[in-house]
Design a protein around this ligand. Sequence first.
Ligand SMILES: Cc1ncc(COP(=O)(O)O)c(C=O)c1O
Length: 463
Amino acid sequence: MFILNNSDSVPLYKQLYNQIREHILSGKLPADTRLPSVRDMAIELSASRNTVDGAYQELYAEGYLYSKPRSGYFVSALDQDVAPQTLSGKPSKNDYLPGPPSNFAYDFHPARLHPESFPTELWRKCFVESLRRNSQQLVQYGDPQGDWGLRCSIQSYLERSRGVLCDPDQIIICAGLQQSLDIVANILKESHSVVAVEDPGYHLPRFVFQNHSYTIVPVPVEPDGIDLNHLKASNSTIAYVTPSHQLPLGYVMPVANRLALIEWAASGGKYIIEDDYDSELRYHGKPIPSLQGLRPTGNIIYSGTFSKILSPALRLSYMVLPYSLLATYRQRYQTYFPSVSLLEQRTMAHFMEQGHWERHIRRMRMIYRKKHDILLQSIETHFGKRAVVIGHGAGLHVVLMLPDTSLSEVEIIGRAQQKGIRLFPFSDFHVTGQPETTTLMLGFGGMNSIKIEGGISILSQIC
Ligand SMILES: Cc1ncc(COP(=O)(O)O)c(C=O)c1O
């Protein structure tokens, strides 16, 4: 009934233990079944008595077996409803793991960065330096709000480059936007239950707020940002917006609308969540200053990330809370431990202190501007008047409207896939309805110029 494998790295007694336990949990060995004596089982398995005795002792100690004097070991009665899962009851890999990622020759995913862009050597130096300087701190958990030095570096960077006015005290280091929003959703949920989101807009915030049982109100986006009349007419008291580079349409909210949005928030304790995710990447003209800088004492929660310029894999982002929310945040989260490794935080702080961060931004802006221009040029060459480009001039993607095509987005994505082209569905950004015109989203960060040109050429033949 049981088979032991001498070449297995699992000890023989443990193999026997596992198999008997499995039989008991699955009911193959019912309660009160008498197990063969140690001697008989050892003979049956061609194993030593120690092996069998070791397995029986462990099963006995854990309560799977009971013993009767001079009669041997018997299977205990287990309540099957509360019994631990059997080993074979574990989900098989295919039950829960997505398939391996497909490799596409042309990847237009909007979240891809330039493959050779991570400053490995500089990062290594900063990492080693932070390890040398901070070894004493590595025996503690650290500040739940994030490393103080990193918060100071972020504060001065934000003030200089984004016009954000805050104290390092207001900054919270997070492992990405979703974690920031998780915190916001938690600290606001006593007095707020409805969140307005841009439609079309970034889809992940919707899921975070839904997980906290908020009602989501989609608000249309106009070329001057979220539709303020629609917002005011809604019963939402929180608005999540991307005013400096609307995702996905790339619109910039003009200052008059920003001020009107700030007034909306000021009337009656409402909150704006300003997601300033990629403002460093503006290719023509001046960077757009943040909304937070227009009213630093307002009800504005500002969020930024290192995912677009440095690496999304680092999971390093930050959020600036208004003073009105700091006390609640601290009261709720003072017992939490930090979610980002202290070493990564100290490395990032060192990277910023040494001026590498701002040099890296300038370098990446040049690289992406070149890719962006090549993409526009390729669209012009291959699509000509068949396509209308919107949202160009910033970020890592543009949006392509195809008024003349008879194909739907799904059909184009399917055909593109067969030609080795990956497209991210634009429709994922829509909360309600679908765009009237077939619309594609084209990320250009992850491909070189030749691939961008080649991919657009093939795509133009498909559409
Ligand atoms: C609108 C928007 N905000 C924020 C982020 C970055 O999020 P994170 O800091 O979690 O990487 C992204 C990434 O694609 C984004 O599209």
